[in-house]
Design a protein around this ligand. Structure first.
Ligand SMILES: [Zn+2]
Ligand SMILES: [Zn+2]
Length: 315
């Protein structure tokens, strides 16, 4: 792929500072990890290729990314504090427990399974395709749905209420992808990939790659990201612009993994931002993030209660 032919706007301005070894590592880290994931999930024996291992790898990978933030920091203003870390760990714990539980029992998977069962639909051919193709299709199906859900969240107020808490983060780091109201995290996780009988390890590979890209897109890391990668994948550059303080600038770069979906639908902006967070960077508390989607309802209830309250008799 000819790098010069790819139009990636204002990206690539922030480069890694340091010697040749550091330059080499932070230039090739992302493609090397992608290759390692493909090899691991293709070759691992069945006793290892299971969901619990994927969870362990996911947690270890996020810790590694936090280490990379320390070695090659993108912005000092995004440096992790103990307060931010405590909030982030709380949300990561929720994403691995509560949200996973909800997705398993009331999400799209049980609905898709029920429809398949009712109409007796089987797609055995799906599992006979090359593993990499299965994983790629799964990621494309999921990301296509996520793109439209995320875009709808930025354009329809009731959905924005669920997504807004994610836009009240005031700094970026590798754990910030988990921050948000659980309703939003649940909605963005809906997908119809389960319609096809792909191999379980194809789902594990797809999940691993999406997890890594999701960590990069929120990480405070300087990479010398290759141009072809910036063209294909969502990055911290694209996603920091999506998180920028000015609301109009947030209405772009909606894809989770593949930024080329935004390119296809004309919503990609190849730029970045250091200043992040709504209302000029107001940090929202966990309590407010949890209640935020219900604020209009709470407001209405309080107005109704005040109006119907019995007048206090004069003494
Ligand atoms: Zn958003
Ligand atoms: Zn984000």
């Amino acid at each position: 792929m000819a790098g010069a032919a790819l139009n990636i706007g204002n990206l690539g301005k922030i480069e890694v500072e340091g010697g040749p070894v550091k330059q080499f590592i932070f230039t090739h880290f992302q493609p090397a990890v992608l290759l390692a994931m493909i090899l691991f999930w293709s070759l691992a024996p069945d006793s290892i290729a299971k969901a619990s291992v994927a969870v362990g790898i996911g947690i270890a990978f996020k810790v590694i990314c936090l280490g990379l933030e320390w070695v090659s920091e993108r912005h000092a203003s995004w440096r992790l504090t103990w307060k931010e870390l405590a909030t982030d760990v709380f949300y990561v714990a929720i994403s691995y427990t509560l949200v996973k539980f909800a997705a398993k029992h009331i999400g799209s998977k049980p609905a898709v399974d029920a429809i398949k069962h009712y109409f007796d639909i089987h797609t055995p051919w799906a599992a006979h395709m090359p593993l990499l193709l299965q994983a790629l299709l799964l990621m494309l199906i999921f990301d296509f749905g996520q793109y439209w859900m995320h875009r709808a969240m930025h354009n329809w107020y009731p959905l924005w209420l669920t997504h807004a808490p994610h836009h009240y983060i005031t700094q970026m780091n590798a754990l910030k992808g988990a921050i948000g109201n659980p309703i939003e995290i649940f909605l963005i996780g809906l997908g119809i990939g389960g319609f096809f009988d792909f191999l379980p390890r194809a789902a594990l590979l797809a999940g691993a790659v999406s997890m890594a890209i999701g960590a990069y897109t929120h990480a405070n890391i300087r990479f010398n990201t290759p141009r072809w990668w910036l063209y294909l994948f969502n990055t911290i550059e694209h996603h920091s612009l999506h998180h920028s303080q000015d609301y109009e600038s947030t209405r772009c770069n909606y894809a989770g993994t593949f930024i080329f979906i935004d390119r296809i639908f004309g919503t990609c902006v190849d730029d970045e931002s250091e200043l992040v967070g709504q209302e000029g960077g107001r940090r929202m508390s966990i309590r407010e993030q949890m209640l935020y989607p219900f604020l209009p309802l709470i407001d209405k209830f309080q107005t109704w209660r005040d109006r119907t309250a019995m007048p206090v008799p004069a003494e």
